[in-house]
Design a protein around this ligand. Structure first.
Ligand code: F6P
Length: 355
């Protein structure tokens, strides 16, 4: 009987650690006699039947590389924009291509959007396994996602660097940190970098309460302050929309940060500078933690495929990597609980959350 053949793809925003995960799935699969192909540019590659063979030579030397050797996109098979501009449901084509290649499984590396799309394909009969990746750390069912640690380290380093220039110029620095609709990244980097104020979507802020700690610091002779603001943070009273497809809402995030800067300047009569870290947080070499996490998840994934387990996300639970049914994960957003220990620690060291 012929050995198994599996496909792998990366979808959604890229992050450091994707190549480490591709390598782990691929090498661990090969060692079990399983062949691997990689679809290019996310779900678009599956729909357009564009793939490359991932032999050991192709998987060698990619562990430390940022980005993804397969390319990625935010394309959704059920709503795919075609060359003509027309939006079409390409789920049947994706299923057809999977079947014509006689794949035994498709491994999708992605965040929340990817999990929704992967689950749609699973319901259409494909044997899907997923790995949780995203700098946002917002995938339900897992303790953590790979990519998060690297982005948190980059944002922390940025806050460290802003400290010295803020101090020299006696300024308040507002630094915008990614994270989509959740505050994990701003919270983690803000705490690690010693930000004076951390604003996250889960705790809508009152701008007056943001100004208070800045004034209090100045009364204590501290002539600068750092405000770490998640891109999804909003003032109290603003509507929060948890809809992945709402592009207009995504664009509005940036204007909230800039409006905050303006209000701070008016209210506190201080000099404020704004830095948006943007895609810097997604680029470059993964940290040791992310390489290790991606390797643990990827090798466990290959083990599950060899054992004929499917329809699952491979999740981190403590020291273990465990299969969790896709239907429990798809469409679920993992937000920061207001009573999370990281927030309690922040409050204990005097960090303001603007509430
Ligand atoms: O989901 C990862 C992420 O970097 C979010 O933090 C951010 O909101 C979004 O992707 C940016 O997306 P894009 O790369 O499409 O601009």
């Amino acid at each position: 009987m012929a050995g198994k053949l599996i496909g792998i793809l990366t979808s959604g925003g890229d992050c450091p650690g994707l190549n480490a995960a591709i390598r782990a799935v691929g090498k661990a699969a090969h060692s079990r006699g399983i062949e691997v192909v990689g679809f290019l540019d996310g779900f678009r590659g599956l729909v357009e039947n564009r793939y490359i063979r991932l032999d050991n030579a192709r998987l060698s030397g990619i562990l430390t590389l940022g980005g993804t050797i397969l390319g990625t996109s935010r394309d959704k098979p059920h709503k795919m924009v075609m060359g003509s501009g027309e939006v079409m449901n390409m789920l049947p084509v994706a299923v057809d291509n999977y079947e014509r290649l006689h794949l035994d499984a498709l491994v999708c590396l992605g965040g929340n959007g990817t999990h929704k799309n992967a689950y749609r394909l699973a319901k259409d009969g494909l044997n899907i396994l997923t790995l949780p990746k995203t700098i946002d750390n917002d995938v339900a069912g897992t303790d953590v996602t790979f990519g998060f640690d690297t982005a948190m380290s980059i944002a922390t380093d940025a806050i460290d660097r802003l400290h010295t220039t803020a101090d020299s110029h006696q300024r308040t620095m507002v630094v915008e940190i990614m994270g989509h609709e959740v505050g994990w990244l701003a919270l983690g980097a803000g705490l690690a970098g010693g930000a004076d104020v951390i604003l996250i979507p889960e705790i809508p802020y009152d701008v007056e309460r943001v100004v208070e700690p800045i004034r209090a610091r100045s009364r204590r002779g501290k002539r600068f302050s750092i405000v770490a603001v998640a891109e999804g943070a909003r003032p109290q009273g603003e509507r929060v929309d948890h809809d992945d497809d709402d592009d207009a809402e995504e664009e509005a995030w940036h204007s909230h940060s800039l409006a905050l800067v303006q209000r701070l300047e008016e209210l506190a009569e201080i000099e404020v500078r704004f830095t948006a870290l943007g895609h810097l947080q997604r680029g470059g070499t993964p940290t040791a933690y992310d390489r290790l996490l991606a390797t643990r998840l990827g090798t466990r994934c290959a083990e599950l495929i060899a054992d004929d387990v499917g329809g699952v996300m491979v999740a981190v639970r403590g020291d273990d990597c465990v299969p969790v049914p896709l239907k429990e994960v798809a469409g679920e957003l993992r937000t920061v609980p207001k009573d999370h220990p990281w927030i309690a620690s922040g409050r204990a060291v005097g960090t303001s959350f603007g509430d």
